[in-house]
Design a binder for this molecule. Structure first.
Ligand code: UDP
Length: 239
């Protein structure tokens, strides 16, 4: 028998890097399809899912700034990259028969709907997966901050931050062999220890709004649903 999900409405943050798979750039459709299948399973469990996608697999604003270009223009390019990823993930979800809508922070009505809190809540309550594109719509922010912001706006009970590893570690487990995984931390501890899991603005916003952050491996098939059902490997960040 399937356990009742722990949360009714969640916000999943998937970085652009996650969609890239083992390629050096862009979108690996097979990986997007796999992540979509986990989201589809969560939907079938009755969980309402909002998704914020990053853009780092295509473009990061700092890349322009670091070469003497204009950071704001670079960030605009980065935000456009998140729209490309959002469209790819929406395509993967629709192939699975999951009703999905893309809401962009930057209006581009020929391509997708524009974000409003009311539209997002309406689509979620109708059972649609809502993919939030365009980050916050502002330069000098990240899609982690967009995830915390959208989570607060839609009243998500948790932010699921999909990463390359299965939680928050004392050091990078890919570099430090004896790095240990935390089961549970507070938002304050994440900030005080400088644990690089989400940027400071995102963690502070989650703390202010009392939203737990679940850090888990986005590459583990079924991992998202296991955690939603009270199992799985992860670190949870709470008040
Ligand atoms: N970005 C931005 N404002 C936002 C969100 C993103 O300017 O609110 C830009 C920024 O240039 C960033 C890029 O979009 O580098 C891609 O987002 P992010 O680096 O957060 O993607 P991820 O690392 O999750 O793939």
């Amino acid at each position: 028998m399937t356990a009742e999900p722990m949360f009714k409405r969640v916000l999943l943050k998937a970085s652009g890097e996650a969609l890239m798979g083992s390629q050096g750039f862009g979108i690996d459709v097979a990986v997007a399809d796999r992540i979509a299948s986990d989201i589809a399973d969560a939907r079938r469990m009755g969980v309402e899912v909002g998704v914020v996608v990053g853009g780092g697999n295509i473009f990061r604003g700092v890349a322009v700034a670091s070469k003497g270009g204009d950071r704001v223009t670079g960030d605009h390019m980065g935000m456009l990259a998140t729209v490309i990823n959002a469209l790819a993930l929406a395509t993967s979800l629709r192939k699975l028969g999951i009703d999905t809508v893309v809401l962009s922070a930057i209006a581009m009505p020929e391509i997708c709907e524009s974000f409003s809190q009311r539209a997002a809540s309406h689509h979620l309550s109708q059972g649609r997966v809502v993919i939030f594109a365009g980050g916050t719509g502002n330069p000098f922010f990240t899609t982690d901050s967009a995830a915390a912001l959208r989570a607060a706006e839609i009243g998500a009970q948790a932010i699921f931050k999909g990463t390359q590893v299965d939680g928050i570690y004392s050091a990078d487990p890919k570099k430090v062999l004896d790095a240990t995984r935390f089961d549970r931390l507070t938002h304050d501890e994440v900030l005080q220890k400088g644990l690089a899991v989400m940027d400071v603005a995102a963690v502070a916003l989650a703390r202010e709004n009392h939203i737990p952050i679940v850090v888990f491996s986005i590459h583990e098939k079924g991992g998202f649903c296991d955690i939603l059902q009270g199992g799985g490997r992860m670190t949870i960040v709470t008040d």
